[in-house]
Design a protein around this ligand. Structure first.
Ligand SMILES: Nc1ncnc2c1ncn2[C@@H]1O[C@H](COP(=O)(O)OP(=O)(O)OP(=O)(O)O)[C@@H](O)[C@H]1O
Ligand SMILES: [Mg+2]
Length: 521
């Protein structure tokens, strides 16, 4: 007898439909799975066998062939177990009134018959909906994730017997209740910007960066608080919009980065890979469907501490995602394009010993300095919007003093994370309203046309930029980056018009302008 069940397999960020066909006929007892299956799928035989017996059914002692169609799609992971088991039960006549043509099954089977959750549940639910299937049968752990998709019935089955009942029209189990708000999911807690003594210029840069989604590089000697500053960035990032949150949840679910019971991710990702990370670890493509840190940082932050210690190759590989907001992986066996729109935050010492500029302390040779500068300058520096020199604090100056000298300073020189976040959220709301029809959410993502459209400078601001260009401090790309940052500074100040003081604030953060004091010491 023949039976069919719908399921899905994850490939990269996609959930691809799979039809599990099971044929049972007389012959020597055998259980074969065919259809481009990976090791985990082939191992399904043993899991399905044990689960069927332990759930109180009979395992047919005949010749069983499970075909996973289409045969040109690679099948990976254990998510097909449940569909295979249901198809075996139906094909062996053990389901009284099978009626599961419109259902998809997705879950790994434990040997005792329990249904376990699998990575990529949200993507599977979205694909099931797109394939016009009405019901998704799965284990309870990730059911809330599937329930994020409108128009799809999520049927919870704790065990194989329950899934078999649902396949015959029986009632599903109860959807687990919403998880208690965890610290990962809700308003930021933990370290606060208020812990940082002084460094107002750097705090201000972080606020501007968070408000407009700009890339920022912190340069300074050891122990000045660069890592400390960057680690506090998550506490001031604006919340994710619903569509961004769905995208982030989908990616992190596929990567297996979500805790069981988590529903929608509501906080922006903050990824901080170690400097020994390989290029494939950063951008992905180590093996078929593997996701890199840039994809996991989508809609969030990629923090590269000790930036100069990363391999040059790895740093160079960030150019495309930084420019396009996506990463194209092309390998001999597979090719894919993944979303990777993140905010880059880098921290580095100004030279290998960390004390460039302090004549008596710096032990680096000219060659060391040149190598260090080469690594950080060029293509990467060109994509940095805000460069901050984090200088050592003298004891007398290490208190928290407001440095407000103009309206901009007062608006962004925030003390606590809560205050900074308030300003960031307001500025981001202005941007969302402005770009409602443009498909972007932050100033950093404006293309040249939008920069011209929304960054109308006053005469003084225009003159300032022209003069910087004439002095050779700004390239054309640098000018556009300055205008985007100036737009964010204006948004932080509630100004629709970008005025000269906003341009001046943006120029103070330009790598070309700040480079003299920070890197080229
Ligand atoms: N501005 C500051 N306010 C309060 N504490 C600070 C500040 N700067 C440094 N510290 C203290 O020094 C420690 C080291 O700071 P941090 O690790 O951020 O330095 P860093 O600039 O990243 O140094 P490195 O270049 O060696 O990585 C912090 O844990 C903190 O205790
Ligand atoms: Mg550090």
């Amino acid at each position: 007898m023949l039976a069919r069940a719908h399921s899905f397999t994850i490939e990269g960020l996609e959930a691809r439909p799979v039809i599990v066909e099971v044929d049972i006929r007389t012959g020597l007892p055998a259980f074969t799975i065919v259809g481009l299956a990976d090791a985990a799928v082939r191992e399904a035989r043993d899991r399905v066998h044990a689960a069927i017996l332990n759930a109180g059914y009979e395992f047919p002692g005949r010749r069983i062939t499970a075909n996973l169609a289409p045969s040109d799609t690679r099948k990976a992971g254990a998510g097909l177990d449940l569909a295979i088991a249901i198809a075996v039960l139906a094909a062996s006549g053990q389901l009284p009134h099978p009626a599961f043509d419109n259902m998809a099954f997705f879950g790994e089977l434990a040997l005792d018959g329990q249904v376990r959750a699998c990575q990529g549940t949200l993507a599977v639910a979205q694909s099931a909906r797109a394939a016009s299937l009405t019901t998704l049968v799965l284990g309870p752990e990730r059911a809330r994730e599937a329930a994020l998709v409108d128009g799809l019935r999520v049927a919870v089955a704790e065990r194989l017997e329950a899934a078999a009942r649902i396949a015959c029209g029986g009632p599903p189990g109860r959807l687990p209740s919403a998880p208690r708000p965890s610290t990962r999911q809700n308003a930021p807690t933990g370290p606060d910007l208020a812990d940082i003594a002084g460094q107002q210029h750097a705090v201000r840069a972080l606020v501007v960066a968070a408000a407009g989604g700009h890339n920022v590089l912190l340069v300074g000697p050891p122990g000045t608080g660069k890592t400390m500053l960057a680690q506090r960035l998550p506490t001031i990032l604006p919340p994710l919009s619903r569509s961004e949150a769905i995208e982030v949840t989908r990616i992190h679910s596929i990567a297996g980065q979500l805790d069981a019971g988590d529903g929608l991710v509501t906080r922006r990702p903050f990824r901080a890979p170690h400097h020994t990370a390989t290029t494939a670890g950063l951008v992905g493509g180590a093996h078929h469907g593997s996701l890199g840190e840039v994809v996991l940082a989508h809609h969030g932050v990629l923090f590269l501490d000790e930036l100069s210690e990363f391999s040059r190759h790895a740093i160079e590989a960030l150019r495309q995602p930084l420019e396009d907001g996506r990463v194209a992986i092309v390998r001999a066996q597979h090719a894919a394009v993944y979303p990777a729109r993140f905010m880059l935050v880098g921290a580095t010492n100004p030279c290998p010993c960390g004390h460039a500029g302090e004549v008596e302390r710096c032990r680096c040779s000219e060659a060391d300095l040149a190598r260090h500068r080469r690594k950080l300058s060029g293509p990467l520096l060109d994509r940095i919007d805000l460069l901050v020199h984090v200088a050592p604090q003298r004891a007398a100056r290490a208190g928290r003093r407001p440095i407000g000298v103009g309206p901009d300073e007062r608006a962004v020189a925030q003390t606590t994370s809560a205050q900074a976040r308030g300003a960031v959220v307001k500025a981001r709301e202005r941007q969302l309203a402005r770009f409602a029809d443009q498909g972007i959410g932050a100033n950093a993502h404006m293309d040249v046309k939008l920069v011209r459209q929304y960054t109308g400078l006053d005469a003084r601001g225009e003159a300032m930029l022209c003069s910087a260009q004439e002095r050779g401090l700004l390239s054309v790309r640098g000018t556009h980056r300055t205008m985007r940052v100036a737009r964010t500074v204006a948004d932080l100040n509630g100004s629709e018009r970008v005025r000269a003081e906003h341009v001046a604030a943006a120029l103070a953060f330009r790598p070309e302008v700040a480079l003299g004091s920070a890197l080229a010491a």
